[in-house]
Ligand binder design. Structure first.
Ligand code: GLU
Length: 310
């Protein structure tokens, strides 16, 4: 698990985003990055390792002019945990930047299709295909981001929570989710999206939990949610959260261990989400095609420190 935060409001965005990423550190990560628009350009700054490495890079930059942006802590699933593969990722024009939690199961198909159209990839991640596909969607939908996102997400198999900024819409952050969590923080003259509540809890306790298949758009003064497939607007009422940061990190459980035990069914379901057949009749493990049916299946996490048998 890793972290996403997006912000638009009246505060200087990058330090707030870094602070939010720090409060998501408990989720684990191997690299980090931010994207923000300043002086008419989209800036992306990334670093492998701990957030302090990213802090060091940002210290030499003037980020004081950006009041919106996105940040990401990555837990690599595709491609080494280095700077090149750290999020956010850009399209080839450098006009949009996108951070992603999850796995694009059909990224090879998307990558081949886009390469066939002349797109040059610069990372080894599954995520980069989303940035290029969305850029194509924007071209095909005359820059209408909601339509472009809907068109893009309809072609994606797997799990995602996304945060996106684009040069043409400074002050606006888009998000979307399927299987990976994404919550909206509704503040006074400021709005947030994040993979978990602690990221923005010092600023607002009013929260909207996005459902799978929803798109969100925030700017400093408004927020809205749409069904990704139909683009019908979804009306949601924020809930008031009473937890403190520590309790929010533990989702109300007394200990992290307890939380993680109770999270197991959802985590396993999320990990297998892209491999469930549409009729829900079984799990498709294409890599095992043609092999004898195994008697026992060991499921190993990335960066395994242990394993579970089923
Ligand atoms: N699959 C993406 C990658 O490897 C995102 C990983 C994550 O959720 O941090 O870059």
């Amino acid at each position: 698990m890793c972290g996403i935060i997006g912000y638009s409001g009246h505060r200087v965005a990058v330090p707030l985003i870094m602070e939010g990423l720090r409060r998501l550190e408990y989720r684990g990560y191997d690299s980090a990055g931010v994207a923000y628009i300043q002086d008419g350009a989209l800036h992306v700054v990334r670093a492998p390792g701990k957030l302090i490495e990213l802090d060091t890079k940002l210290a030499s930059l003037n980020v004081g002019g950006a009041l919106s942006g996105i940040g990401h802590t990555r837990w690599a699933t595709h491609g080494l945990p280095n700077e090149k593969n750290a999020h956010p990722h850009r399209d080839t024009t450098g006009h949009l930047a996108l951070a992603h939690n999850g796995i694009v199961e059909n990224f090879q198909t998307l990558r081949c299709m886009l390469q066939g159209e002349g797109v040059t990839f610069s990372t080894d991640t599954d995520t980069e295909s989303l940035a290029h596909l969305l850029a194509k969607g924007l071209r095909e939908h005359e820059g209408d981001m909601l339509k472009a996102l809907s068109w893009t997400l309809a072609q994606v198999e797997g799990s995602y929570a996304l945060a996106i900024v684009r040069l043409e819409e400074p002050g606006v952050v888009y998000g979307a989710r399927r299987h990976s969590p994404l919550v909206v923080g509704v503040g006074e003259g400021e709005h947030f999206i994040a993979s978990d509540i602690p990221a923005f809890l010092p600023y607002t306790r009013n929260v909207v939990f996005l459902d799978a298949g929803e798109i969100v758009r925030i700017d400093a003064h408004s927020w809205g949610v749409w069904d990704a497939a139909t683009l019908a607007q979804v009306h949601r009422t924020p809930q008031r959260i009473s937890w403190d940061v520590q309790a929010a990190q533990k989702s109300g459980y007394k200990h992290f261990m307890l939380k993680e035990i109770f999270e197991q069914p959802r985590v396993v379901a999320d990990c297998l989400a892209g491999r469930l057949d549409p009729a829900g009749q079984g799990v498709c493990l294409e890599e095992l095609a043609g092999m004898p049916v195994p008697k026992r299946l060991h499921i190993l996490p990335c960066r395994a420190v242990g394993h579970a048998s089923v």
